[in-house]
Design a protein around this ligand. Structure first.
Ligand code: C5J
Length: 234
């Protein structure tokens, strides 16, 4: 059994099922001026700090041929999948569907909705558009994970206490073994990130584990990866 050094204790890698990387909402809407994060009054520059580490993890997972799922938070142009309560909340200078500096805010297909170029999905990786904060709500993510016998998830992206934590809790309730990557997730609020990491791994790992990218890559390098052994596509 190979494991990753993690908190609150070792994260055991699967022997016969699959591990996947989930990258949550690394889209311009949250990362760049003129998008949703900016309209809500946040310092979007803060989120840039994780881009190099997340890229390193992404490349490590690609090299092992692990399944990779990217999400974007976004809505249909007619907002039919956006509850009025979500649209009206926040009361920033602009809201969902308004014209912003990168097209309409949080609308699928608009320039602001695309993933930042450094982390853009490669062919063969899955893009999941999601209307909610959690990646399981009104998406086909769970069906895709089941179809590939995936039981273990590395969870990354932005923002830690909103879409990343919501997704991890949804996944935990569905029985997935979830590890949140400490230096591959970020928040506009450092104290919220810290609190999220602590609450995830509290009470014996009530929601899952946390570890750094270095710890994960070390563990993965020693792992007899079933995906690769089975000759799965990279
Ligand atoms: C937010 C997200 N913060 N991706 N979305 O509204 O965390």
């Amino acid at each position: 059994m190979t494991s990753i050094t993690a908190q609150p204790y070792e994260y055991e890698l699967p022997e016969s099922s699959q591990l996947a990387l989930i990258v949550i909402d690394m889209q311009r809407d949250f990362m760049e001026p003129g998008g949703f994060g900016d309209a809500l009054g946040n310092d979007v520059q803060r989120l840039q700090a994780i881009v190099p580490t997340l890229k390193q993890l992404l490349e490590g997972c690609r090299a092992l041929g692990l399944p990779i799922f990217h999400t974007v938070e976004g809505h249909q142009p007619d907002l039919s999948d956006c509850p009025p309560a979500k649209r009206l909340r926040g009361r920033g200078s602009l809201t969902i569907g308004d014209q912003g500096g990168m097209g309409r805010i949080l609308i699928l297909g608009e320039p602001g909705n695309s993933i930042i170029p450094e982390l853009a999905p490669l062919p063969g990786e899955t893009l999941i558009p999601k209307p909610g904060k959690g990646a399981f709500y009104n998406t086909n993510l769970e069906a895709l994970l089941k179809a590939q016998n995936i039981t273990h998830l590395l969870i990354t992206g932005v923002t830690t206490e909103v879409c990343v934590q919501t997704t991890m809790r949804e996944a935990n309730d569905r029985g997935y073994e979830c590890l949140m990557v400490e230096d591959a997730t970020e928040s506009y609020f450092p104290e919220f990130k810290q609190a999220t990491l602590e609450m995830v791994r509290a009470q014996g790992g009530i929601v899952g584990w946390t570890a750094t990218t270095e710890q994960i890559l070390q563990g993965l390098n020693q792992w007899k990866c079933p995906q690769v052994a089975a000759g799965s596509p990279s």
